[in-house]
Design a protein around this ligand. Structure first.
Ligand code: SAM
Length: 263
């Protein structure tokens, strides 16, 4: 058995009671209204993001490094060497540190309970002109004009959306010609022969609804590579890889896809 599968088996034996207790707690919360689940998820993301793994920071730094070589379509931003960025599913705002100074950031998220964490975070980055969260989904976001942004950023969002195709269509709509989408997502196991336990667990936890229930709709069994290819971009550079996540809880989301797509 591959080493990773052994660790996953250990994970199950350690964490199953906690998982069941959490499910019970969430079920009670659900009885009191789905708003509490959104509140819980915003708090959870805030808690998880407080001490981000330095290896993930390194990975993101490298992934977003080419943002600084993009020239904005907006003459005012060009003077400041900034760019106009739309981030879909911004959550607590974990990507500020990778954006070029002088940039203008528009953000979209359907969960209003992220606003207080996002507002706390954006105060730390006065060199970026960040707008308040537009409370809407990436499928809708009618408030974002056609051909109006240089870059769209999507990180760990498509796993929980209703219609990833519609979001990608909207991304193409709002990007200026030549604009770029930066996307980093966890996906379903892409080497199921080797990591079959993870593959089976991803399927079980998603289809049973356990994982989506705990993590606000997140599914472990999705892949977005073909959706990206058919979304209407002129060029897509995508790579599947294992994220350097070390915490046991994150073993289920190690398989990742990173891509830069050009309109
Ligand atoms: C796992 S969090 C990731 C947050 C942040 N992008 C990050 O990398 O930490 C998923 C985010 O996607 C948002 N989300 C869920 N469904 C969405 C949708 N249909 N459109 C846009 N955002 C959505 C959630 O509210 C949440 O903020």
């Amino acid at each position: 058995m591959a080493e990773i599968d052994h660790v996953i088996a250990q994970w199950i034996s350690y964490y199953l009671p906690y998982l069941l207790a959490s499910l019970l707690l969430l079920w009670v919360l659900k009885m009191k209204g789905s708003d509490l689940r959104h509140r819980w998820f915003a708090f959870l993301m805030h808690y998880i993001n407080k001490d981000m793994d330095p290896k993930i920071e390194e990975l993101k730094k490298d992934f977003f490094s080419s943002l600084s070589s993009i020239t904005s379509h907006d003459p005012e931003l060009r003077k400041k060497k900034g760019i106009k960025i739309l981030e879909i599913g911004v959550g607590t705002g974990v990507n500020f540190q990778y954006y070029p100074d002088g940039s203008h950031l528009i953000v979209v998220d359907p969960n209003p309970h992220f606003a207080k964490y996002y507002d706390e975070n954006r105060k730390k980055f006065p060199n970026i002109h960040s707008e308040e969260i537009l409370i809407t989904t990436g499928e809708e976001m009618t408030g974002v004009a056609d051909s109006s942004v240089d870059v769209v950023v999507v990180t760990l969002v498509l796993c929980s959306v209703g219609d990833a195709h519609q979001i990608l269509k909207n991304v193409v709509r709002v990007l200026v010609p030549g604009g770029k989408l930066y996307i980093l997502e966890h996906i379903k196991e892409f080497n199921p022969d080797k990591y079959w336990i993870r593959s089976v667990l991803q399927e079980f936890l998603s289809v049973s609804g356990i994982w989506p229930f705990l993590f606000d709709g997140c599914c472990l069994n999705r892949d977005f590579h073909s959706a990206l290819d058919s979304a209407g971009f002129s060029k897509v550079e995508a790579e599947k890889f294992y994220a350097p996540l070390t915490k046991l809880l994150f073993l289920m989301i190690k398989p990742h896809l990173k891509a830069i797509a050009v309109k």
